[in-house]
Design a protein around this ligand. Structure first.
Ligand code: HEC
Ligand code: HEC
Length: 158
């Protein structure tokens, strides 16, 4: 009887102590919740989104803050905010890319429902530059690096 009582008191004490220790340990936190997705599927796993973001940043030669703002109070990045016009542009670019791939490269959707980048991706146009040059290239002799003799024809070359 006495042994049993001692045993149960010890058991309870150990229980209380381990509860205290457990609650003081840092809680395992899951990936951040994604709250403002308008072009990516809502079911996109965080690691897939994070990878896309790395690819976009590298394709444009920029860092996250090119499209995302920092919260003035907390000084943390506020990835859900749509305050930067560049983020809005990026959504349009993503939709454009999907349309090109679907229509002209017959791209299918992947298991998440995202149109695969069979033909063009951000880097096809951007090549590490946020604002690719949209000036038309000069034709023919004005720009010898731009393939072919140009519209004037071969006899004008020399
Ligand atoms: C070229 C612009 C651009 C760059 C650079 C960029 N992002 Fe994004 N990011 C976006 C857009 C656009 C969305 C919203 C996608 C949507 O609407 O489905 C987004 C969404 C996110 C979200 C989800 C926010 C939410 O809760 O809705 C996270 C997290 C995020 N970006 C992190 C990053 C990180 C980290 C980097 C740097 C490695 C980065 N982004 C770089 C444009 C960008
Ligand atoms: C078919 C070519 C093409 C593709 C593909 C493309 N872009 Fe662009 N993008 C451009 C051009 C051209 C500009 C420059 C427009 C200008 O300077 O007026 C631009 C500009 C931008 C800008 C700057 C807009 C601003 O408001 O300053 C962002 C951000 C951007 N692109 C993101 C992306 C992302 C992200 C992808 C891939 C999802 C992508 N682009 C794919 C051609 C492309």
């Amino acid at each position: 009887m006495i042994i049993n009582k001692k045993f149960s008191i010890t058991t309870i004490l150990i229980g209380i102590i381990s509860l205290c220790v457990a609650s003081s340990l840092p809680q395992p936190s899951g990936p951040p919740k994604l709250v403002n997705l308008k072009v990516f599927p809502k079911s996109i796993p965080y690691r897939v989104l994070d990878h896309q973001m790395d690819v976009w940043a590298a394709s444009l030669g920029v860092r996250c803050n090119f499209c995302h703002v920092r919260n003035a109070q907390t000084h943390k990045m506020d990835f859900a905010s749509d305050a930067k016009p560049e983020k809005i542009s990026a959504r349009y670019m993503y939709v454009m890319m999907g349309k090109i791939n679907k229509k002209y490269f017959e791209a299918q959707k992947d298991s998440l429902g995202m149109i695969m980048t069979m033909g063009v991706n951000c880097n096809t146009c951007h090549r590490g530059v946020s604002h690719p040059d949209i000036k038309a290239v000069a034709a023919g002799n004005d720009n010898p690096g731009y393939g072919g003799p140009g519209p004037v024809g071969p006899d004008k070359v020399n």
